[in-house]
Write a protein that binds this ligand. Structure first.
Ligand SMILES: [Zn+2]
Length: 276
């Protein structure tokens, strides 16, 4: 079960408006474990809200870690009738009705009108990239990865072959520039081989993707998805695919391809990537 705490109250550094932001106390996937080949997950948006949200007033991207907690916004107490109030006074507020009213009255009125931070939209993240303090590659990558996922939606295929969205959320040149910058960030950090290969595949740069996948990097061999990236890159397929917990079968795929055989049949009790 996914549960949230009473929301913290923060002040947006850009517009100085109050923003509510609960902390996630527990998280459940509700049994949904499907992921996409680019790493996006149906539950990702909910998890991301623990890290960053957009100010509901000015759309500035807010990072939870950066914000001071001014207090918490408890729920408004239920109204009580005159008789209950008199009884509470006579019997020492045994059930805390009057204390709850006092606590609520002590909260600044502006906090009670504050709204919750929103999920990040494409334009919020693009704008936020302009305000990233250099060098902050972690935050840049956080934003760019989510931009990548959003701009992939028109090539993201449901199991029945239909795209998640028909229209791209961004011009193709913007999408490509974002992906190329992600590859550059990975190259600078000498990491992210599996993700780099998927980015290259999504860009249609299949030979480059195959070269990364065959680099022998330990990260590739331990990846649960790289074998499938190789398979799709070899097939000249740039679309984002979905699968459910496919185990690493790298050696099987690699050996079969080297021998010129068909890719092994994964139907024997192993979840299959869902193809168009
Ligand atoms: Zn704001």
């Amino acid at each position: 079960m996914t549960r949230f705490s009473v929301p913290d109250v923060h002040k947006c550094p850009a517009c100085h408006g109050y923003v509510l932001w609960p902390n996630m106390k527990s998280f459940s996937t509700f049994g949904i474990e499907t992921t996409w080949s680019d790493g996006a997950s149906p539950m990702g948006g909910m998890l991301d809200q623990s890290t960053a949200r957009a100010c509901p007033k000015c759309r500035a991207v807010l990072w939870k870690k950066d914000l001071e907690v001014l207090g918490t916004l408890i729920s408004a107490p239920r109204p009580i009738g005159n008789l209950t109030r008199k009884l509470a006074v006579w019997f020492g507020d045994k059930y805390g009705y009057l204390r709850a009213e006092d606590e609520w009255a002590a909260i600044p009125a502006a906090w009670k009108e504050a709204e919750h931070g929103d999920r990040l939209e494409y334009t919020d993240m693009q704008r936020a990239l302009l305000f990233i303090r250099e060098p902050d590659r972690d935050r840049e990558m956080f934003l760019r990865r989510r931009i990548w996922w959003k701009t992939n939606d028109h090539i993201r295929r449901h199991p029945d072959g239909s795209p998640v969205t028909v229209e791209p959320v961004a011009p193709e040149l913007e999408r490509q520039a974002n992906m190329l910058r992600m590859i550059e960030l990975h190259e600078l950090a000498c990491s992210g081989y599996a993700e780099r290969a998927e980015l290259l595949r999504n860009l249609g740069l299949f030979e480059d993707a195959i070269r990364v996948l065959k680099s022998g990097a330990s990260e590739i061999r331990s990846s649960s998805t790289a074998a499938w990236t190789l398979r799709w890159a070899k097939a000249g397929d740039a679309d984002v695919r979905t699968f459910t917990n496919v185990p690493t079968v790298w050696s099987e795929v690699e050996e079969a391809m080297a021998d010129g055989h068909a890719v092994p049949n994964y139907d024997r009790g192993v979840p299959q990537p869902k193809h168009v």
